[in-house]
Design a protein around this ligand. Sequence first.
Ligand code: SAM
Length: 300
Amino acid sequence: MTAVSVVPGASAAAIQHHYDVGNAFYAQWLDPSLSYSCALWEEGDEGLHAAQINKINWHLNMAQAGGKARLLDVGCGWGAVLGRAVKGHGVGHATGLSLSQQQVQWVADRAPSNVEVRLESWTTHSAKTPYDAIISIGAFEHFARLDQTPREKVDGYRAFFCFCHENLVPGGRLSLQTITYENADRQSFSQFFAERIFPESDLPHLAEIADATKGIFEIETLRNDRDHYARTARCWLRNLRAARAVVEPLVGTETVRAYERYLALLVVGFHTGTMNLARAVMRRIESDRRGLRAVAGHDG
Ligand SMILES: C[S@@+](CC[C@H](N)C(=O)[O-])C[C@H]1O[C@@H](n2cnc3c(N)ncnc32)[C@H](O)[C@@H]1O
């Protein structure tokens, strides 16, 4: 399996700047599964935790991971997908990648024997055996940087989809969830987000994802769920405000204020449609040349 020589997105240091603020801090305002991405409301009136579990089940089902031998979660956070895959969906073995030291330690301390967590980027990960399914939720937002040209950005995304293609069994699914630019572009990416909250990161446009998957992945299902992210961010902001007295001694007043401002901006961004939330399920395309030969009547 080939490794990508240049990391196309955020460095490990940039990821740790955000995700290593402290596990105890995040535990105060995320739901009990420590899911740090947009939830999925199915009933409408369930709470945040139930909606996060819906989201995890949705991806596991759409990736057709149930009962399969091997699952990869790229950007596994605090491991909610990994745990649910092996305990609730009969997955034989689940591997998670994260660049956050604290997340990896947290998962490793609790992982059953059939869950493996690695402090590693997908750009250097190499699997001996292909995975039956790949899930990546809320990590794609870090696979490009604001200082890249549009071409370099799509090339980096292409490298990610090639990595998934190479590491999936024939016909295997990738279930991807990412924030996208909608009624905005990188020029409107706030300085505050770029410098204080998510350094070395840039969001994709849906068209860039479609461009980068051409010929290697077929997009089977696409949902745009920005209202779900506005609601998720509202829950997080409410929880964080309620926990101010607990979290300020942990991380300091400035960090708490910055996170409150960031979450409030998320609510507004998703509410107004500046950003969108894409859930895209893709099927690995097999050799296109074989398909073309068959169409042209050259096979058999
Ligand atoms: C917003 S969190 C999402 C975590 C989890 N998927 C969830 O939904 O709760 C983003 C995750 O992506 C990981 N990440 C970012 N860039 C990465 C890379 N190049 N390789 C592997 N993981 C990466 C971070 O370490 C973090 O775990």
